[in-house]
Design a protein around this ligand. Structure first.
Ligand code: ATP
Ligand code: MG
Length: 759
C-alpha cells in the first residue's frame, strides 16, 4: 500500500483527530478503556512519517509489552511501508538495554552484560545476605529483594540509601548492607537486574550530558502508551530523554538550550493503573501538567470496544473508587447482550460451565475459540480450567503461569549460554558449577567463593586460580580444572558456531543430556523434550535473525514477558486464551469470562485491610470487564480449594456493584446435563514460547561426521584461518584437536562443532 494513499484521519472522532494532529506542546491523552488511546498513538506516529514531519529514526515509542511493540510496528508498516522499521518501538526495558549496550563502556561495564531475571536476582540477594551473615528468618531474602527493587524504582542507589538509612534500625541496616553487596556483586558479574536497566540509564543520562545530548538530538518524538503504569524511574527517564528542562548541569546548559525539547505524547487511564506493587504511580498522569507546564490535555469519551451494557457495568464498578474524577464514557453500539452471571458450587463446576458456554457459542456460530478469553486473579486458578478444557478438547493456551523459561532444565541450559556470553556472570556460573554432577561440592564452592572475596576477584577468576585457594581437596581441584577446560572449549565453539549449535554442544559435551537420558525418572524424559524444544526455539531465532548472536538471543529471552506469549489470531479457529487480569491490560476479545469473583479471591484477601489495595483491585476489575467487546460472563464458585483446603468465600463485592438490571443470572443446576462431569487429573500442560506444546518439537541432535585429523596435518578454519594440528585427543563426538593458527593463536577445537577442513 502506498503511504499517501492511506487517509490516517479516516473514521476518527474530533478529539481523536485533534490528538493525531496536535503539534508542539507536550500532549497528554487521558481517557477510559477502549476509547482509542493506543489507536491514536499509532496513527499519530504514522502521520508524523506520512507528512515527513520527521524521519523514522527520530521516533521513540514505548509500549507495555514487546508484543504490543511488535504489533504497533506492524500496523505502522501497513500504513507507511517498510521504512517504519527504523523507529524504536519497544518497552522501557528493551529501549534501555539498547542504550546501555551502546554506552556500556562509559558506565564501566562491558556491552556483553547479562540481564538477571527475578529468579537470578533473588539467588544473588540470597548469596549477599548470607555473606552479610543475616538470619534468613528475620530478613527473608525475598523481602530484601523487594525493598531493593522499590529503592531502584525510586532511583535511590545503594550509596544514596546508605546515606539516609539509620544505623540503629536493624531493618534499614540490613537492607543497606545487602544493597551495597548486591550492587558490587552485580557489577563484578557484569550484570544488570531489571530495575537497574532503567535506573542506570537515567543515571547515565544525568551524569554524561554529551550522551544525553546524543539521544535528545536523535529522538525528536517520544510517545508513551499506558502512562498510568510508569514508575518514578521511568518518569525520570522520559524526562531526561525529552530534555529542555533546566538541567542541573548549567555549565553545559548553553549548548543544550539551543535544542528544543522533544515532542512528548503520553496516553493513559488512571482507572487502569494496576502495577502499584511495582512502584507505578498515577502521580505521573495527575501531575503531568505541572511536570510540563505548557502541556495540552485531550480527553476521549467515546468507547469503540464494548456494548453499552458492558460499559455500564464497568463504569458502575469503577465509580465506587474514591477520589477519582468522574468520566463519561459512552458508546453508540447499543445495549447488546446482558452480562451473564453464574454461581458454581466449586471451581470445577465453574470450569465446566465455561467450557459448555464456549462450546455452545462456537456451535451456534457466535464465536470461534480465538475470540474467547478467560481471566483469573492468580495463576494457580488456571489449573481447574485447564483440566476441563483438555477433557472437552477445546484448544487453548495459558499465557504466563508455569513459564517455559522458569523450568529447571531450561534455566540450566541458559545458564551455560549466559556464562559463555559473559564469563564473569557469577550467579549463572555458580548455578552450573556442579550441574551435571562433577564432584565440585558445596564445600569446594564455598572455598572458592571465600577465596574470591578475600582476593577481591570475580568468582570466575578464582576458579581459574583455584590451586591458590587454601584447603581444596585434590579431587575438587581436578574437577574444577576440567570444568574450566570445558568452558574454554565451549567458548571456542561459541566464537564461531551459530547459537543453535552452541546450545547443542553445551547439552552434549557437558553430559547434561546424557544424564537425563540415562535416568529412569519420567520427569527427566519430559526435561529432554523441553530441551529439544529449546533447541527448536534457538533455531527459530537464528532463522529469523541470521546475524543474531548468542547475546541477542539471550537478551530476547530475558525480556520476554507473560503478555508476549499471547497467541496470534490469524489462524482459523485459533485457541481460547487463559491469563491473569494483569496480563490482559490493553487487549480486547469478543467474549470474556472473568472468573473467581469471590471476596478473598478477587478482591484478593490482602485488600481487606487496605483501602488503597482495594481500590487497586477494583481497577483490576475495571480492566477485566472492559476487555470484552460483545459478551461478558462473570462467574464465582461457592467453594474453591485454595492452599489445598476448600474455602467458602462470599460473593465478590464487585458483583454487587454491577446493577442487577444488566445481569442475567444463571444458577446451579441450570446448565444442561453434563457430559463433562468428573474432573480429571491431567499432567500439567504448558506451552512453549513457540506456541506449540512441547513434545518432541525439535531434535536435539542430527548426527554429523566428525572429521579425523592427525598431528602435523594442515587445516583451514572458518574464523581462525590456516593452522597446523599439534595434538589430537578423544574420539568420535568428543574428539578435540589442538591447532596452531599462527598469529590467531593456538586453539583447542571440538571437532564435532568446529568449521575446519583438511587441506
Ligand atoms: P485500553 O484503555 O484498553 O488500552 P484504548 O483506549 O487504547 O484501550 P484502543 O485499543 O485504541 O483503545 O481501541 C479500542 C477499540 O476501538 C479498537 O478495536 C480500535 O480499533 C477501536 N477504535 C478506536 N477508535 C476508533 C474509531 N474512531 N472508529 C472505530 N473504531 C475505533
Ligand atoms: Mg490501549
Amino acid at each position: 500500500r502506498r503511504a499517501d494513499a492511506v487517509d490516517l484521519m479516516e473514521g476518527l472522532n474530533p478529539q481523536q483527530r485533534q490528538a493525531v494532529l496536535h503539534e508542539g506542546s507536550p500532549l497528554l491523552i487521558v481517557a477510559g478503556a477502549g476509547s482509542g488511546k493506543t489507536t491514536v498513538l499509532t496513527r499519530r506516529i504514522a502521520r508524523l512519517l506520512q507528512t515527513g514531519a520527521c524521519r523514522p529514526s527520530e521516533i521513540l515509542a514505548i509500549t507495555f509489552t514487546n508484543k504490543a511493540a511488535a504489533e504497533m510496528v506492524e500496523r505502522i508498516t501497513d500504513l507507511v511501508g517498510p521504512r517504519a522499521k527504523a523507529m524504536w518501538i519497544s518497552t522501557f526495558h528493551s529501549a534501555c538495554v539498547r542504550i546501555l549496550r551502546r554506552e556500556a563502556k562509559i558506565v564501566g561495564l562491558k556491552s556483553n552484560f547479562s540481564i538477571y531475571d527475578s529468579a537470578d536476582a533473588l539467588r544473588l540477594v540470597t548469596l549477599c545476605a548470607r555473606e552479610a551473615d543475616l538470619d534468613p528468618k528475620r530478613f527473608p531474602p525475598k523481602s530484601l529483594m523487594i525493598q531493593i527493587s522499590n529503592l531502584k524504582n525510586e532511583l535511590i542507589d545503594d550509596e544514596a540509601y546508605a546515606a539516609t538509612a539509620s544505623d540503629t534500625n536493624p531493618q534499614e541496616r540490613a537492607v543497606s548492607e545487602v544493597y551495597r553487596l548486591y550492587t558490587a556483586r552485580l557489577r563484578q558479574a557484569n550484570a544488570f537486574d531489571f530495575d537497574d536497566l532503567i535506573m542506570t540509564t537515567v543515571n547515565l543520562l544525568r551524569a554524561f550530558p554529551q550522551v544525553a545530548e546524543h539521544y535528545r538530538r536523535r529522538f525528536r518524538h517520544i510517545l508513551v502508551d499506558e502512562y498510568q503504569d510508569t514508575n518514578h524511574a521511568q518518569y525520570a527517564l522520559v524526562r531526561e530523554l525529552v530534555g529542555g528542562h533546566n538541567h542541573q548541569d548549567q555549565a553545559d546548559g548553553a549548548e543544550s538550550a539551543l535544542l528544543p525539547p522533544a515532542e512528548l505524547t503520553v496516553v493513559g487511564d488512571a482507572d487502569q493503573s494496576i502495577y502499584a506493587f511495582r512502584g507505578a504511580t498515577i502521580r505521573n498522569i495527575v501531575e503531568f501538567e505541572n511536570d510540563y507546564p505548557d502541556a495540552t490535555t485531550i480527553l476521549l469519551e467515546q468507547n469503540y470496544r464494548s456494548t453499552q451494557n458492558i460499559l455500564s457495568a464497568a463504569n458502575s464498578v469503577i465509580s465506587q473508587n474514591p477520589d477519582r474524577p468522574a468520566k463519561k464514557l459512552w458508546t453508540d453500539q447499543g445495549a447488546g447482550e446482558l452480562i451473564v452471571g453464574y454461581v458454581a458450587d466449586s471451581e470445577h463446576d465453574e470450569a465446566r460451565f465455561i467450557a459448555e458456554e464456549i462450546d455452545k457459542l462456537c456451535d451456534e456460530g457466535h464465536a470461534a475459540p480465538k475470540d474467547v478469553a478467560i481471566f483469573y486473579r492468580t495463576n494457580a486458578q488456571s489449573r481447574a480450567l485447564e483440566e476441563v478444557l483438555v477433557r472437552v478438547g477445546l484448544p487453548y493456551k495459558v499465557v504466563g503461569g508455569t513459564r517455559f523459561y522458569e523450568r529447571r532444565e531450561i534455566k540450566d541450559a541458559l545458564a551455560y549460554l549466559r556464562v559463555l556470553a559473559n564469563p564473569t556472570d557469577t550467579v549463572n556460573l555458580r548455578r552450573i558449577l556442579n550441574v551435571p554432577k562433577r564432584a565440585i561440592g558445596d564445600r569446594a564452592e564455598a572455598m572458592v567463593a571465600a577465596f574470591a572475596e578475600r582476593e577481591r576477584i570475580p568468582f570466575s577468576q578464582a576458579l581459574r586460580q583455584a590451586e591458590e585457594a587454601p584447603g581444596l581437596a585434590t579431587r575438587s581441584l581436578n574437577a574444577i580444572r576440567s570444568f574450566v577446560q570445558l568452558l574454554d572449549d565451549m567458548t571456542t565453539v561459541a566464537q564461531t558456531a551459530r547459537p543453535p549449535r552452541v546450545l547443542e554442544a553445551v547439552l552434549e559435551q557437558t553430559g547434561y543430556l546424557a544424564e537425563l537420558r540415562a535416568s529412569r525418572d519420567p520427569q527427566d524424559e519430559s526435561r529432554v523434550e523441553n530441551l529439544a524444544e529449546l533447541v527448536a526455539v534457538v533455531e527459530d531465532f537464528s532463522r529469523a535473525n541470521p546475524e543474531g548472536t548468542l547475546n541477542d538471543f539471550l537478551e530476547q529471552v530475558s525480556l520476554v514477558a507473560d503478555a508476549d506469549q499471547i497467541p496470534d489470531k490469524d489462524d482459523d479457529g485459533g485457541v481460547v486464551t487463559l491469563m491473569t487480569l494483569h496480563t490482559a491490560k490493553g487487549l480486547e476479545f469478543p467474549v470474556v469470562f472473568v472468573t473467581g469473583l469471590e471476596d478473598g479471591a478477587f478482591p484478593h484477601s490482602r485488600a481487606f485491610t487496605s483501602n488503597a489495595e482495594l481500590a487497586e483491585e477494583r481497577r483490576l476489575a475495571y480492566v477485566g470487564l472492559t476487555r470484552a467487546r460483545k459478551r461478558l460472563y462473570l462467574t464465582r464458585a461457592e467453594s474453591r480449594s485454595m492452599w489445598g483446603q476448600p474455602q467458602y468465600n462470599p460473593p465478590s463485592r464487585f458483583l454487587a456493584e454491577v446493577p442487577d438490571s444488566l445481569m442475567d443470572w444463571k444458577r446451579l443446576g441450570n446448565v444442561g446435563a453434563s457430559s463433562l462431569s468428573a474432573p480429571v487429573r491431567t499432567q500439567p500442560t504448558f506451552t512453549s514460547p513457540r506456541g506449540g506444546t512441547s513434545a518432541g518439537a525439535g531434535r536435539v541432535q542430527a548426527n554429523r561426521e566428525v572429521i579425523s585429523l592427525e598431528p602435523g596435518e594442515k587445516v583451514s578454519h572458518g574464523s581462525f584461518g590456516l593452522g597446523t594440528v599439534v595434538e589430537v585427543s578423544g574420539v568420535a563426538d568428543k574428539a578435540i584437536a589442538t591447532v596452531d593458527f599462527g598469529s590467531a593463536g593456538t586453539k583447542r577445537l571440538l571437532l564435532r562443532y568446529a568449521p575446519v577442513e583438511k587441506l
